[in-house]
Design a binder for this molecule. Structure first.
Ligand code: 5AD
Ligand code: SF4
Length: 448
C-alpha cells in the first residue's frame, strides 16, 4: 500500500449486538483523541471502521460487499479498518481477499487501533486479533460525552460453548472488568450526561469482582454500588445466562429501585432434547422456575428472551414445545432467529439440518405468538402513569420518544404547557397500545 495523508474524518459503523455499539463508541473516542473528527452527515469519511458481527447469516459476505461499495466524494477509496467478530474469525482471509483494507482489528485488540493507524498512514497493512485478557479497557481514554442512555461493558467472552454459537471463538473466554474501573467509568458517564446505564456482557451475570473492601461480589453487588451514584436514575443489564443467575441478583430486583423491571434471559428452545444438543445445560422446566422467582421478587417484571428455530434435528413436536413455553411465559418482547450454521461450531456439521422452508414456517408461527404476547403486554400498561426517560424528538411538534421502565417505547405529547427535553425523566399517562410501542400524554414535568 502507498503511504497516505493522515485521515481527518472518521465513520464507525457497528453491526450486531449492543456490545459492538459500545466498542464502536470507544473506537470513536480513540480516534477523537487523535484529533480525527466524525465525518459530516452525508459525506464519506477519510477513515471508515466497519465494526462487524458474525453471529448469524452471511456476515462475512456482507463485509466484502460493503468494502467494495465504499467511495469518497472524489471517487477514491477511504482508508478501511475491519473490526469486530468477522475480523476476529476471518482476519487473514480479509487481508487476502480485500486489498483495500489496511487494518483488521479483533474485539479484544481495538485499543491498538491508533498504532495500527500510524502504520497504515505509512502504507503498512496491519492485523491484530490477539486476545489479551482485559488489557484493552485500561488503554481506552476517559469518557467525554454520553447519551442519556449509555452502555457500559462489564464482562466479555463466553465459556458456555452452546453448539450453535461462534461467540466463544470470536470473543474468547469469560473475563470481568474490575469493580473499581466500572464504578469510575459509570461516574464519568453520569457526569457527562448519562441517566441510565445498561451493563453489558455476553454473559453479564457471570460478572464477578471485589468491592472496595476486598469482598467478592457478583453482578448484584456491582448494581448496588452503581445505584448509589447521584444522578444515575436507571440501571439495566444484558445478556444473562440462566445458569449464572444467583439469589442476590434475583433479590436485587425487589430491593434496588433503580434496577429496572426488565430481564432478558435467552432460552433458545422449549424442548429438553434440543436444549441438550445445544449444550445449554438447563431445561425448559428449570428456566421456567427461574422466571417464577424473578416474578416473585418483582411482580411487574417484563420478560424477554432469544429463540432459535430449526436447530439441526428439531422435530415438529419439539418446535411445538417452544410454542408451549412461550404461552406459559408471556414475554413482553423477544428475539427469534432461524438457525444459521456458523463455521467451526459443532452444530454446523450435525446431521439433519432443517430445510429453509420449514425454518421459515416455524419462525412465522413463533413470531405470531411472540407478537400476540407483546401486544397484550403493551395493552396491560394502558391507564398507568409512569416515568419515561426521553430519548429523542418525534415527527410532530411537542412529540417525544422515550422508554418506560419495562423498556417499552412510548411516544408522548407535551400537554398543558409542560415541556420535555432529551434526557428528562417525565411522567406520562399511557393511553393507547400498539404492537411495538404505546402512545401517551405528559402529566408532569421533568424530575430535576
Ligand atoms: N443461528 C441463529 N441464531 C443464533 N444465535 C446465536 N448463534 C446463532 C446461530 N448460529 C442467537 C441466539 C443468541 C442470540 C444473540 O443470537 O438466540 O441468544
Ligand atoms: Fe453463545 Fe451460548 Fe455463550 Fe450465549 S451463552 S454467547 S449463545 S455460547
Amino acid at each position: 500500500m502507498k503511504p497516505t495523508n493522515p485521515p481527518k474524518t472518521y465513520r464507525v459503523t457497528s453491526f450486531g449486538c449492543q456490545m459492538n455499539v459500545y466498542a464502536g463508541e470507544r473506537m470513536a473516542d480513540l480516534l477523537g483523541e487523535r484529533g480525527i473528527a466524525p465525518a459530516p452527515q452525508g459525506e464519506e469519511a477519510d477513515l471508515v471502521v466497519l465494526n462487524t458481527c458474525h453471529i448469524r447469516e452471511k456476515a462475512a459476505e456482507k463485509v466484502y460487499s460493503d468494502i467494495g461499495r465504499l467511495k469518497k466524494p472524489d471517487g477514491t477509496k477511504p482508508m478501511i479498518a475491519v473490526a469486530g467478530c468477522v475480523a476476529q474469525a476471518e482476519g487473514e482471509e480479509i487481508m487476502v481477499r480485500a486489498p483495500a483494507v489496511s487494518m483488521v482489528v479483533g474485539p479484544q485488540a481495538y485499543h491498538r487501533l491508533p498504532d495500527m493507524l500510524d502504520k497504515a498512514v505509512q502504507g503498512e497493512r496491519a492485523t491484530d486479533t490477539d486476545m489479551p485478557a482485559i488489557a484493552k479497557f485500561g488503554a481506552l481514554p476517559q469518557r467525554r460525552r454520553s447519551t442519556p442512555t449509555a452502555f457500559l461493558t462489564v464482562q466479555e467472552g463466553c465459556d458456555k460453548f452452546c453448539t450453535y454459537c461462534v461467540v466463544p471463538y470470536t470473543r474468547g473466554a469469560e473475563i470481568s472488568r474490575s469493580y473499581n474501573s466500572l464504578v469510575d467509568e459509570a461516574c464519568k458517564l453520569v457526569e457527562t450526561g448519562a441517566r441510565e446505564i445498561t451493563l453489558l456482557g455476553q454473559n453479564v451475570n457471570a460478572w464477578s469482582g471485589e468491592d472496595e473492601a476486598g469482598r467478592a461480589v457478583g453482578l448484584a453487588g456491582l448494581i448496588q454500588a452503581l445505584a448509589k451514584i447521584d444522578g444515575l436514575e436507571r440501571i439495566r443489564y444484558t445478556t444473562s445466562h440462566p445458569n449464572d443467575m444467583d439469589d442476590a441478583l434475583i433479590a436485587a430486583h425487589g430491593e434496588v429501585d433503580k434496577l429496572m423491571p426488565y430481564l432478558h434471559l435467552p432460552v433458545q428452545s422449549g424442548s429438553d432434547r434440543v436444549l441438550k444438543t445445544m449444550n445449554r445445560s438447563h431445561t425448559a422446566e428449570s428456566y421456567l422456575r427461574l422466571l417464577e422467582r424473578f416474578r416473585e421478587a418483582r411482580p411487574d417484571i417484563a420478560l424477554s428472551g432469544d429463540f432459535i428455530v430449526g436447530f439441526p434435528g428439531e422435530t415438529d413436536a419439539e418446535f411445538e414445545e417452544t410454542l408451549t413455553l412461550v404461552d406459559e411465559v408471556r414475554y413482553s418482547q423477544a428475539f427469534s432467529f432461524k438457525y444459521s450454521p456458523r463455521p467451526g461450531t459443532p452444530a454446523a456439521t450435525m446431521e439433519n439440518q432443517i430445510a429453509r422452508e420449514v425454518m421459515d414456517e416455524r419462525l412465522q408461527r413463533l413470531q405470531a405468538s411472540l407478537n400476540r404476547d407483546q401486544l397484550a403486554f403493551n395493552q396491560s400498561l394502558v391507564g398507568k402513569t409512569c416515568d419515561i426517560l426521553v430519548e429523542r424528538k418525534g415527527k410532530h411538534d411537542g412529540q417525544w420518544l422515550g422508554k418506560a421502565p419495562w423498556l417499552t417505547s412510548v411516544w408522548f405529547t407535551e400537554e398543558d404547557g409542560r415541556s420535555a427535553e432529551i434526557g428528562d425523566l417525565v411522567q406520562v399517562e399511557l393511553i393507547e397500545a400498539g404492537p411495538n410501542s404505546l402512545q401517551g400524554a405528559m402529566r408532569k414535568a421533568a424530575i430535576a
